[in-house]
Write a protein that binds this ligand. Structure first.
Ligand code: SAH
Ligand code: SF4
Ligand code: F3S
Length: 485
């Protein structure tokens, strides 16, 4: 998606505009000048490679950066042997951080062979002071460092680096505004993420996200709807509404609006076929939302409803603000309204003070709910969060043992649950050519389950009916039944 700013109308001899996004379009043009010089020197278009870690928000942010890089003349490369390499980082668990440091070490060697190479890092890790100190001290070869709140300024920062040749570090503690209307390069032509809100106010006691993504900020319904309209005009049929807790959408807006009402408005957009959203916090999931979902033809029958723990005692310490019983009641209500719904979840094992009995409670909920799938994580101690300084951190041995038995239950439950549509014919949005088997395509059901079936690449981006012949654990092998549709 590109927006309406005409690059021929940007006067590069004048001072940069102060308004956004005009200012960034000005810097994109400035960068373009540099990049075409670089192209001449290299005898080819300079290339870029972005590695994204973490959640859908990060992936969507990367799509914005890709669009800027392409606009200024870079072409995408397959791997880290590129002229510009950017890591968009996640810090939700410690192992994500370790991976980034490891990869940076390797990049240093690549840069020795290509001194013109530019290395950037951005994303959630950059919002932590100790990370920035480490980069300043031990990773001087990194050229551009920015955080989650000023991603829209990427062109300006890149230009500063290209002009000065110096390391540019720009981190904002808080976001002071939402900058709209920058270009986005979609990975898929037919589906796209749309941010409806940024940040999080929930402060679950184990979680670093509120510290690195800032306070909750909702976009206005008008902005969201006009973005989706533009996307649909451009061929998108499925959108994923993104937010850390979509159920609290609108709380900080002047307009009287709830997430359910927003969905109702989005549903009216002609040409849009599927609406997804992520993530739902159980404490804010309203009856109104269940009603709107149940009545909708476009909202997918899938709710990602992170449980984290099935023990009310641990949930309280996690500051999740629901009990095991309340969660199960909510699930019952959802299932009553939509018997075909798929529910997925996130689980944490090893929160401080967790006993084997607490994990039994989690296993009990997994069985009672019957999740279609669940992400199971080992608790990771994040500096600065309340849980990090709690007593009774659980020994590694107990975490591994409990993790293994929880995972086993999750796999058994999910395999059984996923298979419940075997033999039925359902709509599949075809996403890509199957990377494992020639002649096969990969797509998704409305409930997000993956389906593989025979077909040509011309079907990519369309919705077709597929008979779900065989469930193999967490995916189906099927066959198309309506060749002419
Ligand atoms: N906003 C979403 C989750 C975002 S983070 C929600 O509340 O549901 C994605 C998942 O990472 C969380 O659901 C949680 O299961 C996991 N997670 C967050 N912090 C963690 C930590 N310190 N250790 C292990 N897992 C964690
Ligand atoms: Fe983290 Fe809780 Fe916010 Fe989710 S709702 S991002 S787990 S603090
Ligand atoms: Fe990770 Fe940031 Fe998402 S910490 S999970 S990338 S919001």
């Amino acid at each position: 998606m590109c927006n309406n700013i005409d690059s021929n109308k940007i006067d590069l001899n004048s001072e940069p505009p102060l308004d956004e996004p005009a200012r960034q379009f000005y810097f994109m043009e400035k960068c373009r000048g540099y990049v075409s010089g670089l192209k001449e020197r290299l005898g080819r278009s300079p290339s870029f490679f972005i590695q994204t870690f973490g959640c859908q928000m990060n992936f969507h942010d990367s799509e914005k950066i890709v669009a800027i890089l392409e606009r200024i003349g870079f072409v995408e490369a397959e791997g880290e042997n590129a002229d510009f390499v950017l890591y968009n980082t996640c810090t939700v668990r410690e192992n994500a951080n370790e991976r980034v440091y490891g990869r940076l070490g390797q990049l240093k060697r690549v840069k020795k062979n290509n001194p013109e190479m530019i290395i950037g890092i951005c994303g959630c890790m950059m919002q932590e002071e100790h990370v920035i100190e480490k980069i300043r001290k031990s990773y001087k070869f990194v050229d551009i460092v920015f955080g989650t709140h000023n991603i829209f300024k990427f062109a300006e920062l890149l230009y500063a680096r290209l002009r000065s040749g110096e390391q540019i570090i720009d981190i904002w503690k808080e976001a002071d505004r939402i900058v709209e209307e920058l270009p986005v390069d979609r990975k898929y032509d037919f589906k796209c993420g749309v941010n409806i809100m940024y940040g999080c106010n929930n402060f679950c006691s184990y979680c670093i996200v509120p510290y690195v993504r800032g306070r909750e900020r909702s976009r206005t319904p008008d902005d969201i709807i006009s973005e989706i309209r533009r996307l649909v005009d451009d061929g998108v049929i499925e959108i994923m509404l993104l937010g850390q807790n979509v159920n609290s959408y609108g709380k900080n807006l002047d307009t009287e609006i709830t997430f359910a009402k927003l969905l109702k408005e989005i549903e009216k957009i002609d040409g849009l076929e599927r609406i997804r959203f992520m993530t739902s916090h159980p404490k804010d999931l309203s009856d109104e939302l269940i009603e709107v979902m149940a009545a909708s033809k476009k909202i997918c029958r899938h709710i990602h409803l992170p449980l984290q723990s099935g023990s009310s005692r641990i949930l309280k310490k996690m500051n999740r603000r629901y009990t095991k019983e309340q969660y199960l009641e909510l699930v019952d209500k959802i299932k009553k309204a939509m018997p075909d719904i798929s529910i997925t979840t996130d689980l944490i094992v090893g929160f401080p003070g967790e006993t084997d009995e607490d994990v039994d409670e989690t296993i009990d909920v997994v069985k009672k709910v019957g999740y279609d799938s669940a992400f199971t994580f080992q608790y990771s101690r994040r500096t600065g969060t309340p849980a990090a300084s709690m007593e009774n951190q659980v020994p590694k041995e107990a975490v591994t043992r409990n993790f293994d038995r929880l995972l086993k239950t999750v796999q058994e439950v999910a395999a059984k649950r996923t298979a419940r549509f075997e033999g039925q014919t359902m709509s599949v949005l075809v996403e890509e050519v199957d990377s494992h088997e020639e002649g096969m395509l990969t797509g998704r059901l409305g409930n997000n389950t993956v389906v593989h079936f025979d077909g040509g690449r011309d079907l990519i981006g369309s919705i077709v009916d597929v008979r779900l012949d065989e469930c193999r654990g967490f995916y189906y092998i099927g066959r198309q039944v309506n060749i002419n549709k």
